[in-house]
Design a protein around this ligand. Structure first.
Ligand SMILES: NC(=O)c1ccc[n+]([C@@H]2O[C@H](COP(=O)([O-])OP(=O)(O)OC[C@H]3O[C@@H](n4cnc5c(N)ncnc54)[C@H](O)[C@@H]3O)[C@@H](O)[C@H]2O)c1
Length: 257
């Protein structure tokens, strides 16, 4: 058990990678607080964990709202007696988020509010709880688009993820001597509900696939296992880093035929 007796708080754990990570963390001994804006599905993740013999509880949270995030951290602490792992995973990918010129101001604001401000709020309210528990680990979900640009732009999404990466470095440095490690996780394209709509279209699917050296999209389990490593003591020297799990996208200039 790699997370025995740890308390983990995972945002966006009603779906996709967060849901799979919540189940994996619980199977590794963590008590998991599940925070998501989607209520029945969030409760569903918690129930799945409990029926498998694990410990989990759900709290409805909109990560872009300070009061919700403050309440989410309090909930995790009160329910499970502390906080050791803060996994800021919630994020959106807006269908109207497009080019620099075309993207509407309201879309920009919404994406930044959830993907960037939401991660900051998680850290703002989560760090004091981690410190009270004697230190811990922060995992902030960025993306490979924080590292490379694309001609199929989602400008607000890309900016939000670049912000997450820069902010995570600074948090890591700020709290390095106080027992908190903070790392950014940068997945490549992963087949989750977030990408389902886009990947249904064969030409948009092929347009992306051609850039992935490994020749396929990622699976949520593959990212959850990387997050588990970041959350565990096995990564004890790692802080302020970007863990890139992208099938080789950011390493490639030309991909194999
Ligand atoms: N799928 C990919 O290809 C990919 C690649 C790189 C990074 N990411 C990032 O990984 C994270 C997880 O994505 P996923 O693919 O599992 O997506 P997903 O859509 O399956 O899950 C995201 C979860 O976040 C929740 N959420 C959305 N807005 C919220 C809010 N305001 N407050 C609380 N919860 C909210 C959703 O309800 C959902 O449960 C996101 O940050 C995403 O940007 C995804």
């Amino acid at each position: 058990m790699r997370l025995k007796d740890k308390v983990a708080l995972i945002t966006g754990a009603a779906s996709g990678m967060g849901r799979i990570a919540a189940k994996l963390f619980a199977a590794e001994g963590a008590k998991v607080a599940i925070a998501d804006v989607t209520e029945p599905a969030g409760e569903g993740t918690a129930k799945e964990i409990r029926s498998a013999g694990g410990e989990a509880a759900f709290i409805r949270t909109d990560v872009s709202k300070a009061a919700d995030v403050e309440a989410m951290v309090r909930f995790a602490q009160d329910k499970f007696g502390g906080l050791h792992i803060l996994y800021n995973n919630a994020g959106i990918f807006h269908p109207e988020d497009a080019g620099t010129v075309e993207t509407a101001v309201e879309i920009w604001d919404r994406v930044i509010d959830i993907n960037l401000k939401g991660v900051w709020l998680g850290c703002k309210f989560g760090i004091p709880a981690l410190l009270r528990s004697g230190g811990g680990v922060i995992i902030n979900v960025a993306s490979f688009v924080a590292l490379v640009g694309a001609a199929t732009p989602q400008i607000a999404y890309t900016a939000s993820k670049g912000g997450v990466l820069a902010m995570t470095r600074e948090i890591a440095v700020e709290y390095a001597r106080q027992g908190i490690r903070a790392n950014a996780l940068c997945p490549g394209p992963v087949e989750t509900p977030m990408l389902a709509e886009l990947l249904k279209d064969p030409s948009r699917r092929a347009r992306r696939l051609v850039h992935i050296p490994i020749g396929r999209f990622g699976r949520a389990e593959e990212i959850a296992r990387a997050a588990l490593w970041l959350a565990s003591d096995e990564s004890s020297l790692m802080t302020g880093a970007a863990l890139v799990v992208d099938g080789g996208i950011t390493a490639a200039y030309v991909t194999p035929e």
